[in-house]
Design a protein around this ligand. Structure first.
Ligand code: HEM
Length: 455
């Protein structure tokens, strides 16, 4: 907790009281404010945010406000609200995330605002569908290399198994080899710090000392003559080239590292876990892999983007896993009052949308709780369009710039794993954490697998 004076607390409590006892605008959405000034409904909300959101929707209707920690969070859960969330000019993404970015990576507001839209456009281009071929070959090579470290057989927690391959492979393609620690000894320590940081991210955990080692690495790796480095054109390099405030390079590198790992690794876990726990899907996938690469396990296969296009069922499984375990909430700041249905949402509110719950609306996804990869048959994936109502990557102007790369990473990882190894799930697939609001739902508890190299 940063040093905050008692006067600040008194003032903010008074302001919150003032806000609480203001005559309510009759056009405001119903507000759940609890009875404790400033804290509001924070306690009930914080205990199990996802359940809280759904119960509030049932009780108060499709638009409601939660007052907590001196802030108003207004949730929209149906069409008109979702449309406004993604398209209204009266909301702002940068203002919604700036404070979290400052707390978690120590990037000051002024530098954040100066950099954001330029860096976003750069990333959108570098990770867009027409650039994916640049990553495909190296990604496949990296995945092979790190899978080879698993040996011929073993028993392991599936999430750890995936992380031990996916983390080094993806940081090497985005940052360049040698920038982040990826040898076996260092990985463990790095992962422990990263996991703690990720778990605390939604509570605004501060940038840990440990990550300043990334700063040292960057200083060593990026001296004046950048052209001398073979990985000059990595995404990290582009980011550093475009950055205003070069002294904040390690902070931005950490932000990119977090964004690139925090969702993609759990999604890979859920995709494989769902496939292994649905025998008929598993069987059809193995038949598909056989038809593209021949008998599984024989060769050190190279996977191209074209091969992936032929393995559509695995892509559907990836998207279906993302649908079922997507982020609990995304947010925008309301900068001018917005009218949605009969309500006016005042400027200053945080507008909230829960991909997790939108994906459980049977209007968009019939039989929503069931893992049904074939529902993705209806999506025009050739034209890079998702299904209506699929909002795991956000939408509109600020959609996740890494979404196509993330899907390709998971797709390729699953193809290679299943081609090379036989798996047996030893534990049932865990239920997701009901406490997780930011980012992909994390598995709770271990889910062990036995794996064996195919002969
Ligand atoms: C399945 C995996 C992933 C999911 C579910 C996911 C989801 C999201 C979501 C929901 C947002 C916020 C959008 C909004 O609020 O409107 C976001 C932003 C972002 N994502 Fe992803 N993401 C994934 C993978 C990745 C990967 C692999 C990368 C990079 C290599 C990445 C980079 C980013 C960045 C840089 C932003 C911030 C964009 C901005 O500042 O405007 N993401 N992602």
């Amino acid at each position: 907790m940063p040093n905050v004076s008692p006067l600040y607390h008194v003032l903010s409590s008074l302001l919150a009281l003032f806000a609480l006892f203001q005559p309510r605008n009759p056009n405001s959405p119903p507000c759940i404010s609890g009875w404790i000034p400033w804290l509001g409904a924070a306690f009930q909300f914080g205990k199990a945010p996802l359940e809280f959101i759904e119960q509030a929707r049932v009780k108060y209707g499709p638009i409601f406000t939660v007052f907590a920690l001196g802030n108003r969070f207004t949730f929209v859960t149906e069409e008109e609200g979702i449309e406004a969330f993604f398209t209204s000019k009266d909301t702002d993404f940068e203002q919604a995330v700036q404070q979290t970015v400052q707390r978690t990576t120590s990037v000051p507001a002024e530098i954040f605002y100066r950099n954001h839209s330029r860096l976003y456009s750069m990333m959108k281009g570098k990770m867009g569908t027409s650039s994916l071929y640049l990553f495909a070959g190296t990604l496949c090579q990296e995945l092979h290399e790190h899978m080879d470290c698993l040996g011929t057989a073993g028993t392991e927690n599936l999430c750890d198994l995936i992380r031990s391959v996916m983390y080094p492979a993806t940081v090497n393609i985005l940052f360049g080899k040698g920038v982040c620690p990826t040898n076996k000894g260092d990985i463990k320590e790095f992962e422990e710090h990263f996991q703690k940081y990720d778990e605390g991210f939604e509570y605004g955990s501060q940038m840990p000392e440990y990550f300043m080692s990334l700063a040292n690495l960057l200083e060593v790796s990026y001296p004046g003559n950048l052209a001398a480095f073979p990985w000059k054109t990595t995404l990290l390099q582009h980011l550093l080239d475009d950055l205003h405030g070069k002294h904040l390079a390690p902070n931005y590198a950490l932000l990119l590292l977090w964004a690139s790992q925090a969702n993609a690794i759990p999604v890979a876990f859920w995709t494989l876990a769902f496939i292994l726990s649905h025998p008929s899907v598993y069987k059809n996938i193995m038949a598909d892999i056989g038809s593209v690469f021949g008998k599984a396990g024989k060769e050190n296969i190279e996977i191209s983007e074209d091969d992936l296009k032929k393995l559509l069922l695995i892509k559907w499984c990836t998207l279906e896993a993302i649908r079922l375990r997507s982020p609990g909430a995304i947010t925008k700041k309301v900068v001018n009052p917005i009218k949605i249905q009969a309500f006016t949402i005042p400027a200053g509110d945080m507008l909230m949308l829960s991909p997790y719950w939108v994906h459980r609306n049977p209007k968009y996804f019939p039989d929503p709780e069931t893992f049904r990869p074939d529902r993705w048959k209806e999506a025009n994936l050739e034209k890079n369009a998702f299904l209506d109502g699929f909002v795991a990557f956000g939408g509109g102007k600020h959609q996740c710039p890494g979404r196509w790369l993330a899907i390709m990473e998971v797709h390729m990882l699953v193809v290679l794993f299943l081609y090379k190894y036989e798996f047996i799930l030893l534990d049932p697939v865990p239920k997701e954490s009901l406490l997780h609001l930011v980012g992909t739902q994390q598995p709770v508890g271990a889910c062990r697998v036995q794996y064996k190299l195919r002969q």
